[in-house]
Design a protein around this ligand. Structure first.
Ligand SMILES: [Zn+2]
Length: 208
């Protein structure tokens, strides 16, 4: 059955945005920026997060519902070409096969993108102040004595309340859709620094 789903990520605390340029601290930063400097979450990142959440769910709470899941303690090797894939490989793919689901990038709605751009215009931010300000980057730049603008750009902490929307398309049966919906609910934060209250979110899947 062809699915055309909407994935909504509502940020419930401030969160950090990365540059996507491959700096060492990039792993903390699951969102990156588009050409206008607006944050988005790449589809490949979403897919990885959901794959992990769905696998965890299928291995624990819904253990009897989904049968064998590969690359676990019990089934160490991946599902091979020519084999019937486990539900995780079927939905998300593996190095041997393409998954049935395609994840678009999660973008701010046009209204929220506009709001963020306006807020920035209204409040140009000297380092260490203002909405959307970096918490660690200022410190980093002091240590490293490197140019401020680029560092500030990649460590910005965005205000809470932003909502990102992604399209998820592909073949999905009822069983797969249920796993995806419940897996999405397991994603309660994006990125590291949870202990500092950053990056809490609520993720839901719906049919438009
Ligand atoms: Zn598998």
């Amino acid at each position: 059955m062809a699915a055309n789903l909407t994935l909504e990520i509502k940020m419930q605390s401030p969160f950090r945005v990365g540059s996507g340029l491959g700096f060492a601290w990039k792993l903390d930063h699951l969102a990156v920026r588009d050409a206008r400097g607006l944050p988005y979450i790449p589809g490949s990142t979403l897919k990885g997060l959901l794959r992990h959440a769905c696998q965890r769910l299928a291995l624990t709470l819904a253990r009897d519902s989904y049968g064998k899941i590969c690359q676990t303690m019990e089934h160490v090797r991946p599902c091979l070409p020519g084999e019937e894939p486990c539900i995780i490989c079927r939905l998300f793919g593996s190095r041997f096969r393409e998954g049935s689901l395609k994840f678009g990038d999660a973008l701010l709605s046009p209204a929220e993108a506009e709001r963020l751009l306006q807020e920035r215009l209204a409040a140009p931010r000297p380092p260490g102040t203002g909405p959307g300000e970096s918490r660690t980057q200022v410190k980093l730049s002091r240590i490293r004595r490197v140019a401020e603008p680029e560092l500030l750009f990649c460590g910005e902490v965005l205000p809470e309340g932003l909502t990102f929307i992604a399209k998820v398309k592909g073949e999905l049966d009822a069983c797969g859709e249920e796993l995806l919906r419940n897996g999405a609910r397991l994603l309660t934060h994006l990125g590291a620094q949870k202990n500092r209250g950053l990056g809490y979110c609520r993720v839901s899947v719906s049919r438009p």
